[in-house]
Ligand binder design. Structure first.
Ligand code: ARG
Length: 722
């Protein structure tokens, strides 16, 4: 019955703007009656106030931004929080050493005194949301839409700064519906966050890049931290021994009652970005130029990094986090292109645009919208590849990326107009940046990367768009530009001669910096040849392109809103708190193939490969499986432990670590990935194929309890049992 109803709905609403079942990342405070009614129909048992209440404790008070780009949730009255392993990854690697290798071996604090401070890690709680659309529009009144991209960021930043004055908060103003609505978000940041527990990487990242973005999946992608506050109850303090555990307004109870196909599933979190209203022109540029070139360059860099990581455990620790980040979106963008093509998204977008044009006929404001869009894309497209090669190629060398950060210093040193306080600021910033660069630098892989990307730029980028002087000099001094050897010799020289790589030489330079010294540095010279080539010749086209397309997209979006008045629309994700709802549901990736809604622990045993980089697991886990020692975490129906499950929820990157809740708002899992068949999801939600991959909370607790022996963590939770 339900199935038929849904089918009918689809037939009558092929129109692109209308929601598919389970599509939508809704602003928690703006859930309308229609959406709430639909949530209830899907099974939700909570009141609207329990979902979000400005004044009283509600679910939103348990949800935080974790670090720079993930979500986490508070699960105890003492500030304990759950997030993904891949979200804690950088911090776990950061507090590890070859002797105390928590990334490799896992870590379990058996008491609070054993918890490990994680410098640089913070969480942010959402305090309040204000609609500031009219205030922003007032400021934009006299500005030409073509200047929005240039001026909007600083206008919004200034408004945020102003709102922060005299408070302890951080305030950020975000643009919705492509500049048609503006909301101001007030956050409270906590900077003392400590590691409480993590499984070994072999469990937390089981399946590695092979299984990343794929289902069926068997990954224990979780880690556990605790938020601390100052003894006097205030928030924004760095690590201090006498800080005390954070006391939350609200925390999530944890259900180990299990789940069934069709169960309600709700996810809160911070989806980073979608582009559901992207035009056909944008899709085409992505498929033709942006994605394939990014993928090609990343593939080369990853190969060279991996060689060094496999050869040396300390290099593995050093590069692990950066490697994982590059690899994650290497696979994503490759898959995204494949799915955009497979699902014919370009043609669908063209159809949407034709429908829009039909609706807009006679409304002069929309005249030539798509003709102008086409013109803008046509003008920029010839240069787009060069930009990807600069960003993902040349700046894919960590040394060159760091050297490029010295550009402002060079400029300030080259003129007598620089104010001493400005120079001082720059110097202190680059000093910090040099420190983190040196910590993360692996010379061998970087040197190899430099040789490869210089050669690729020469081979792949139109000769008219290359830094000609650079390649001419290279040829004169190092030989044939078609030979790999030439680039290897050059990279060798850059790395042996650059003073940026030697702490003593760098310290000497930065204690008394001069433009002449900097300009003779081979790494700086190299990167500036490419950066200046881009800035002097192509950046103007890019600026024009982004400005024009922003104004056009803003107008297109405005029209879409008008055209769909009265219907439920949701704004693109922009790293603000959203809620999505759906159900636990199996799927069929292709005819004759069906993936179960749950993936079981027995599957870990099946995939296990002793000593493998991605599919090894600790002997103790194999023992637990052999002895069926599952305790209260067993799924009776399956007579096994459910490791991962899937739901129809609409999420994206940034949602990682998000709580998956049942109809009562109890935690049943953590969202950690999306499936390969729907990797076009940032641009087009596929109602049949889209799935969110979640780690079952019972697997999390099984690992904590049976593998880690950390009963203290289990005891801290509010468990809901049968
Ligand atoms: N694809 C996941 C996400 O973007 C990250 C998974 C990390 N695991 C990995 N094997 N790289 O949220």
């Amino acid at each position: 019955m339900k199935r038929i109803a849904k089918l009918l709905l689809v037939v009558f609403t092929i129109n692109f703007c209308t929601l598919n079942a389970d599509e939508g990342m809704f602003l928690v405070h703006l859930i309308g009656e229609k959406t709430y009614a639909d949530m209830q129909k899907s099974g939700l048992k909570l009141s609207k106030e329990q979902l979000y209440d400005m004044n009283k404790a509600s679910i939103k008070d348990a949800i935080v931004i974790f670090g720079g780009g993930c979500t986490a949730e508070i699960v105890s009255k003492e500030g304990l929080l759950f997030t993904n392993h891949h979200c804690g990854y950088g911090s776990i690697a950061g507090v590890s050493s070859v002797q105390h290798n928590y990334l490799k071996d896992g870590f379990w604090a058996k008491s609070k005194t054993e918890e490990i401070a994680c410098p640089g890690l913070s969480v942010q709680f959402l305090v309040k949301i204000d609609d500031v659309t009219s205030a922003v529009q007032e400021k934009l009144k006299d500005i030409n839409p073509n200047e929005y991209t240039a001026k909007l960021p600083s206008i919004l930043a200034e408004m945020g700064k102003k709102a922060e004055e005299g408070t302890n908060y951080e305030v950020r103003v975000s643009s919705f519906f492509k500049g048609n609505q503006f909301l101001q978000f007030t956050y409270q940041r906590y900077k003392d966050v400590r590691l409480v527990g993590t499984p070994p990487e072999s469990i937390g990242k089981f399946g590695g890049d092979t299984d990343n973005w794929e289902y069926p999946r068997h990954t224990g992608d979780f880690s556990i931290f605790r938020v601390y506050q100052a003894a006097d109850g205030t928030a924004s303090t760095e690590y201090k021994a006498d800080n005390v555990p954070f006391q939350p307004k609200y925390f999530l109870p944890v259900s180990i009652k299990g789940l069934n196909e069709g169960d309600y599933a709700m996810i809160y979190g911070y989806p980073g970005g979608t582009n559901r209203y992207e035009t056909s022109y944008g899709v085409k540029l992505k498929i033709d130029v942006e994605n394939p070139n990014l993928v090609k360059l990343r593939e080369e860099r990853l190969k060279l990094m991996k060689t060094e990581m496999l050869a040396n455990p300390s290099v593995k620790l050093q590069l692990a986090s950066s490697y994982a980040g590059i690899a994650n979106y290497w696979k994503f963008f490759d898959g995204e292109s494949k799915q955009l093509i497979k699902h014919n998204v370009l043609a669908q977008k063209q159809k949407d645009e034709a429908a829009f044009e039909k609706w807009a006929k006679g409304k002069t404001e929309y005249d030539n919208l798509f003709a102008d869009m086409k013109k803008a894309y046509d003008a920029w497209t010839p240069y787009a590849k060069g930009r990807v090669y600069l960003q993902e190629g040349i700046l894919g060398s960590p040394l060159l990326a760091f050297a490029s950060r010295l550009k402002t210093l060079n400029e300030q040193l080259s003129t007598t107009d620089t104010k001493p306080e400005d120079l001082k600021k720059t110097i202190s910033a680059v000093k910090k940046s040099h420190e983190s660069f040196m910590e993360a630098e692996n010379i061998t892989s970087d040197k190899n990367i430099l040789a490869v990307v210089l050669r690729m730029f020469y081979n792949d980028i139109d000769a008219s768009q290359q830094p000609t002087d650079f390649y001419n000099e290279l040829k004169a001094a190092y030989g044939d530009l078609t030979k790999e050897e030439t680039y290897k010799k050059y990279a060798e020289d850059v790395f042996s001669r650059s003073f940026l790589l030697t702490t003593a030489k760098w310290d000497l330079f930065i204690s008394n910096p001069s433009a002449s010294a900097l300009q003779t540095d081979l790494a700086f010279k190299t990167v500036m040849a490419f950066v200046n080539n881009y800035n002097n010749n192509y950046e103007k086209y890019f600026k024009e392109f982004t400005a024009t397309t922003f104004a056009l997209n803003n107008k297109y979006q405005k029209g879409i809103l008008e055209m769909n008045k009265g219907k439920v629309l949701y704004p693109d994700a922009n790293f603000t708190m959203r809620v999505s709802y759906g159900t636990v549901k199996s799927y069929s990736p292709s005819k004759g193939v069906k993936y179960s809604e749950v993936a079981l622990l027995n599957g870990v045993k099946e995939k296990y490969v002793a000593g493998d980089y991605e599919f090894d697991v600790p002997a103790k886990l194999l023992d637990l499986i052999k002895n069926k020692d599952y305790g209260q975490y067993i799924d009776k129906k399956a007579n096994d432990v459910v490791v991962n499950f899937i739901t129809t929820n609409d999420i994206t990157g940034g949602n990682s670590g998000s709580p998956v809740m049942n109809a009562n708002g109890e935690l049943i899992g953590l969202a950690f990935d999306g499936n390969y068949e729907a990797l076009s999801h940032k641009i087009a939600f596929d109602k049949d194929l889209n799935r969110t991959i979640c780690v079952d909370i019972r697997y999390v607790l099984f690992i904590v309890d049976k593998l880690g022996g950390a009963k203290n963590i289990i005891d801290e939770l509010q468990l809901i049992k049968n």
